[in-house]
Ligand binder design. Structure first.
Ligand SMILES: C[S@@+](CC[C@H](N)C(=O)[O-])C[C@H]1O[C@@H](n2cnc3c(N)ncnc32)[C@H](O)[C@@H]1O
Length: 244
């Protein structure tokens, strides 16, 4: 099935964007704890590597797309030489928790969060020196449009970093991971988040989503150059880098 047809609740009445927004609003209170538990904390290591892939250059303005509860801005503050980070997410529930996290870490001067749609950014063209998206682009209703918009708001030579799930390919890890991802993870997710569909959607959306060279090609189609990818933890997820 084409990836943009994979939706959380499969109701005919609502489009993918509406369904994704209401799913993340619903699971927001459980999101952080489930992330840490279901990945055994490895997600933090993935984030570090992903942020470090942007290099040691100084950035004035960075945009974190699909910022969720603001884990990426908090970590970027520690690992990047950056003046200001804007985090944007379509789910008001996720942003609300992100704002609390930014206050907790006293980062209000350095990080601002807002509700917005990655496929229709309010920013002027050539505005940011880097743009990042971790575990976000898989949820876009129109992936190419979202990438086109990121390209537009990046400065010339601006850097792109996308961290996204991919499908492991190596036997027998592929088979073992699949059992965990398809059966065990959705069960824990269902019991904890009280949304029976959300973690089933996670599995299904990853299966339908392009990875490795297919994803790199889609990124290139939006105009990015020097696109490369780095699989992490035997391909559970992959860092994609590119430049405008
Ligand atoms: C799996 S979460 C990732 C959150 C965060 N980046 C992280 O690493 O934990 C995916 C996020 O993408 C957001 N999202 C999905 N479609 C979006 C869109 N079109 N524009 C902005 N955010 C979007 C969701 O609301 C959700 O918070």
């Amino acid at each position: 099935m084409k990836h943009n047809k994979v939706v959380p609740y499969s109701s005919e009445e609502q489009d993918k964007k509406t369904q994704v927004t209401s799913m993340f609003d619903k699971i927001a209170p459980y999101y952080d704890i489930l992330n840490r538990t279901l990945t055994l904390g490895i997600d933090q290591r993935w984030r570090k590597k992903a942020i470090d892939s942007l290099g040691s250059k100084k950035f004035t303005k960075v945009l974190d797309i699909a910022t969720g509860t603001a884990d990426m801005p908090v970590m970027m503050n520690k690992r990047l030489d950056v003046d200001h980070i804007t985090g944007l997410d379509i789910s008001p529930g996720m942003v609300e928790l992100g704002v609390k996290k930014i206050e907790k870490y006293k980062l209000e001067d350095k990080v601002s969060l807002e509700v917005g749609d990655s496929e229709n950014l309010r920013f002027e063209s050539n505005h940011f020196q880097a743009a990042t998206a971790s575990f976000g682009v898989r949820n876009f209703a129109n992936l190419q449009k979202g990438l086109d918009e990121i390209y537009r708001v990046l400065d010339n030579d601006g850097k792109l970093m996308i961290l996204e799930f991919s499908k492991p390919t190596i036997f027998p890890f592929k088979q073992l991971f699949n059992v965990y991802f398809k059966y065990i993870l959705p069960t824990i997710g269902r019991l904890t988040s009280k949304d029976p569909k959300a973690y089933k959607y996670l599995y299904e959306s990853v299966q339908a989503f392009p990875d490795y060279e297919d994803m790199a090609d889609i990124i290139r189609k939006s105009g990015f150059k020097n696109v490369k990818y780095t699989p992490l933890t035997l391909g559970i997820c992959t860092i994609y880098n590119g430049e405008k």
